[in-house]
Design a protein around this ligand. Sequence first.
Ligand SMILES: [Zn+2]
Length: 228
Amino acid sequence: MHWIRRAILATALAGATALQATAQPASPAPSGRFIVVLDAAHGGADTGARLASGQAEKSATLALSVRLRSLLSARNIAVVTTRESDATLDANRRATVTNHAAAQACLSLHASESGSGVHLFVSSLAPAPATNFPAWKTAQAAWVTRSIALAGALNSALLHAGINVTLERTTLSAVDSMICPAVAVEIAPARSPDGKVTAEPDDAAYQARVAAALVAALADFRTEARQP
Ligand SMILES: [Zn+2]
């Protein structure tokens, strides 16, 4: 996932709670149907990283998107995807599709050979009040608090499933223009304690495990969003 600037670091595990404590009050609760946007990063001419299996990141993210869509549909959660094929989409197009969907959550999906488990990224924009005409590229500022809450839900479910998690704040080209809770989810290899890879990011069984945890988290997040 070459696009991420890792300069802004790094709160692991307990970070979600700590970040929530320092952020400002949540944006107004969403109403209506719970809609999730799945944004399979890269695609077309933008292949993303090359995975150890030889597969391109763009294919691994699309496969994960397809898995998530079917699991979410089975839970009666509406899904909008930014791509269903090997299409080239720029960051603006991804944000436009997401914002048009009026979603309550967006997962922007990446895959990487570095690190382990699942890396969660929330926009590094400072929380700001919602405005009627949010500026493009910083629109996410009004949603950062909810995005951190979403990352916290994802973190809990992944840890519960025995998957290693790291959580960071960073600049996210598509997410920073999104007006909904949004988290970049990067699937990295599963590793044993000595660092040996036990499953590649495009391994079907491993992706299924990660997808199940992500969907459990989204179901929890839906329930939590409906509390008064
Ligand atoms: Zn990527």
